[in-house]
Design a protein. Sequence first.
Lengths: 230, 230
Amino acid sequence: MRPDADGNDGSQRAIRDAIRDAIVDRRLMPGTKLTETDVGALFHVSRTLVRGALQALAHEGLVTVERNRGAFVANPSPGEARQIFATRRIIEPGILAEAARHITPAHIRQLRERLLDEGRLMNERGQSARRAEIKASGDFHLHIAAMTGNAVMQRFMDELIARSSLVIALYGQSTVSSCGHTEHMNIVDAIEAGQIDRASRLMVHHIHHIEADLDLRARRTHELRDALLP
Amino acid sequence: MRPDADGNDGSQRAIRDAIRDAIVDRRLMPGTKLTETDVGALFHVSRTLVRGALQALAHEGLVTVERNRGAFVANPSPGEARQIFATRRIIEPGILAEAARHITPAHIRQLRERLLDEGRLMNERGQSARRAEIKASGDFHLHIAAMTGNAVMQRFMDELIARSSLVIALYGQSTVSSCGHTEHMNIVDAIEAGQIDRASRLMVHHIHHIEADLDLRARRTHELRDALLP
DNA sequence: AAATGCCAGATCGTATACAATCGGACGGCA
DNA sequence: TGCCGTCCGATTGTATACGATCTGGCATTT
């Protein structure tokens, strides 16, 4: 089911995924220049493949490309961040309802296992634990999307979650809100109880809470260029 | 080579847009091979730019790329078509609600003007009129999405509408349903009356009707390759 | 000293070159 | 005749070459 319909073989795909992971994991800071030659040297490939990967990432919104200047790790503005979460609030309740129609007890079990891992991560401290926590939190939403069996939707969600992770890493307060985990649990409970409406409402609130835990007022840019130019 | 009078990075974008329009307008039949050299010759550019454009279109789902075989105009399966419309049914009611919060009388007037054009096209016969009608119908949905002021959402809708147009061109019956136009009018009426819930319901039904007017049972492929391989 | 003009290095945009792969045609063989 | 293996042209995948453009520093001017 995954013979790469994109047609891109390992090389370009591998580069794209590696950079994406690095961005989402925040090992690459927003605004970082992604020089084609340098990236190519790291992966032992030519600029051609790197360019392809960067263009794909630009399409996903994780990288911005400026003509004759190059590619940079995306530095989403607060406005962009709000749009991302607004989009999620529109889409995800619908996804939940659709997923509920296809759900099996096995799926529920899978979700609960995820939640256990999530809970474990929550109790750890440190950078890497926090990163893992952000990732796990996103995976929860992706797993629900996967249950719809709708590949189109799933691709949209992939993009939204990746960009959300970037935004959270950027604007998240150091005091991580621990309510996300319990909210996930509540959502699964509601799904299992067949209370889809309630689950959808919980999901909307949950996304609201994620956004509310960010500090979107102060723009954390020291790059005047993209602070002044739109 | 030529400093493209467009001013911006016109070359690759121009090629991509030209091919996209051709696909959505159905001047390029699904399954048509898009040989890099040939396309490049048409636009007087090298394969490099063509490849970029084709990869971008592949990302949008309008083109499929098979490794070592090349790019083809997408030939969406009935299953894919259903996923596209299912996604629209999930997203568009939410878009409608969001758009309603930003709407002004000027917007309503714009929508009504669109509808007049649509009505005019409906009364004409012939291939090109039908194509224009499909396009106008999609534009209606895109305009509503634009009113949300949410660029993320808008990009998703761009993709969904483009793919929908392709699907309609592929699987649409020759007897075009004329109810789409009146449904659009009813939706605008509901929005103007402030009955957002009703408008959303109408929108869902409308999308259902569009899908119901397709013949998604018989796969119209004579390409055994992609009929047999998943 | 501040501002301006100019040059050089770095980096990108595009074209082209070369290698890898595929698909069809041709011819041998049962 | 029909089938199968082999070869060749066509097309793609990747790398490299070369001109265009930007950036930053240095020298010159006021």
